[in-house]
Write a protein that binds this ligand. Sequence first.
Ligand code: SIN
Length: 285
Amino acid sequence: MPTLDITPSGQACGATVHGVDLRAIDVDTVAAIRSAWLTHKVLAFPGQDLSDDDLESFTLRFGPFGNDPFFAAIDGHPHVAAIMRTADETSSLFAENWHADWSFQEYPPDGTCLYSKVIPPTGGDTLYADQQAALAAMPDDLRGRLEGRTAIHSARGGYAPDGTYGDDDTAERSMRIRPSVDAYATQTHPFIRTHPETGAETLYSTIGYIIGIKGMADNEARPLIGELYAWQIREEFRYRHRWEPNMLVMWDNRCTLHRATGGYEGHDRLLHRTTIGYNASVRTT
Ligand code: SIN
């Protein structure tokens, strides 16, 4: 396996990889990237010159495309979504709440790729929270109350007609979000899961997509989900990613949370995103 030039962020997770052209990677380099991805959970590749075709090809080296239910893709590329905000936009910030992508699906995505095209001079960082680290450091009492419990996930808070991005989202939004009644569906996953490739135990997803606990009354479940959330996003589990143009970031959706941040009013921001879907062939557990 080739040796990659990897600089860890020095934070809870995340690393930067230099010296590889993502348009031309052989199978050994893909394996090295995959290994680094599993170790660092979030990888940033600066200085990449990627077309949408290149972005799609790179994504497919790590799994099938995921199913992106509430976005419309960019023209001509059904698996690429534009994460965009214009300088004068007044709509609420997209993805400002901590989340794991599409955790309300039966087979949620393994990862996400985000490629930066227009980056504001300040603000617009993406925050990550390492959920393997959060579980490892979790107090026994909180862990004991989650152990063996199953979370109920749904996209309703965001993408239902009465959700954040639903019918009341009347301000002009440049992103192609498509709310739907499908968002009311629910799906269950354990709060504590084994990472299917590394075998490490990890927390999975968070409040927002997690709307309840199976077999627990809401008045009991809500405070527990809230207590979990407060623990999951603690500063010591975080990595703050600062973007520059032409940077590809890929994160492991199975063991991290992430959220967007603002602070770039008056500036455009544009990234192209693909989803690495559930990849049955890499699962060892
Ligand atoms: C996302 O969650 O896909 C977007 C994150 C960001 O805009 O920083």
